[in-house]
Design a protein around this ligand. Structure first.
Ligand code: ATP
Length: 225
């Protein structure tokens, strides 16, 4: 009998911009769960939040710059190639079509994203298509909505190897280094002319500076007659 296939990790997000709070936990999961790869999938139109300040192509480029040179990190542009809002369930269907029915897929979520799961398009179908791996994020209360608790209970696993025994359907909570970094904070710093250096990779920051991204909008001056 051959070895069970190594799971593919899927980290979707707005990545507006990508930062070390995404990258370090992703690397830890890649190594500790022995994933074949982690695919970073920037959304085209976020389903759950306001339109980002920079274009989807710019967010994709930032993700490519930030992950360049890290074996096992892959940036996947499939959501940018799809019309309409970027629903994760559609993305998982398309990954299944590419990778086949047998390979374990692990949808990686921060605790805050997991708590919101019930608001996602066709959320009940997500675990038919992938496992869910929740990475602990600082500053987020662990209390979950009762309906989510109920959904979670029969699927919860402790043993990371169980992710390799079937292609989808389990939920694993996995502790990662807690980095209290958010894209919101980075955007705020830039809008105030302050530096987000050391919160995200230097190559991504250089691109942001070169193109003057996330600068505060020019103040409108109205001259009264
Ligand atoms: P924003 O501040 O704009 O809401 P964000 O920093 O939360 O953005 P997203 O692109 O929305 O970044 O997040 C993508 C995924 O990464 C989500 O599942 C989110 O929970 C997770 N994530 C974001 N920041 C962290 C962090 N510091 N630690 C662990 N997970 C994180």
């Amino acid at each position: 009998m051959g070895l069970a296939p190594r799971p593919i990790g899927i980290l979707g997000g707005t990545f507006d911009p990508i930062h070390y709070g995404h990258l370090r936990p992703a690397l830890e999961l890649l190594e500790t769960l022995e994933l074949a790869e982690v695919r970073f999938i920037p959304c085209r139109i976020p389903a759950h939040r306001a339109t980002p300040l920079i274009t989807a192509e710019q967010r994709l480029t930032l993700a490519q710059l930030a992950t360049a040179g890290q074996p096992g990190f892959v940036v996947d542009d499939r959501e940018l190639r799809r019309e309409g809002p970027s629903y994760m369930v559609d993305t998982l269907v398309s990954l299944r079509a590419d990778f086949g029915a047998d390979i374990p897929l692990c949808l990686i979520l921060g605790t805050d994203a997991f708590r919101e799961l019930l608001t996602w398009h066709r959320w009940q179908n997500l675990s038919d298509l992938a496992h869910i791996v929740v990475m602990q994020r600082p500053d987020v209360l662990p209390a979950l909505p009762p309906m989510l608790e109920k959904f979670m209970a029969p699927r919860l696993i402790q043993d990371t190897l169980a992710l390799r025994r079937k292609p989808a359907g389990s939920i694993l909570f996995h502790a990662v280094t807690q980095l209290s970094i958010s894209a919101t904070r980075i955007r705020t710093l830039l809008a105030h002319g302050q530096s987000p250096r050391y919160l995200l990779p230097e190559a991504a920051l250089a691109y942001i500076h070169d193109r003057a991204l996330y600068r505060a909008p020019p103040v409108k001056i109205t001259i009264s007659e």
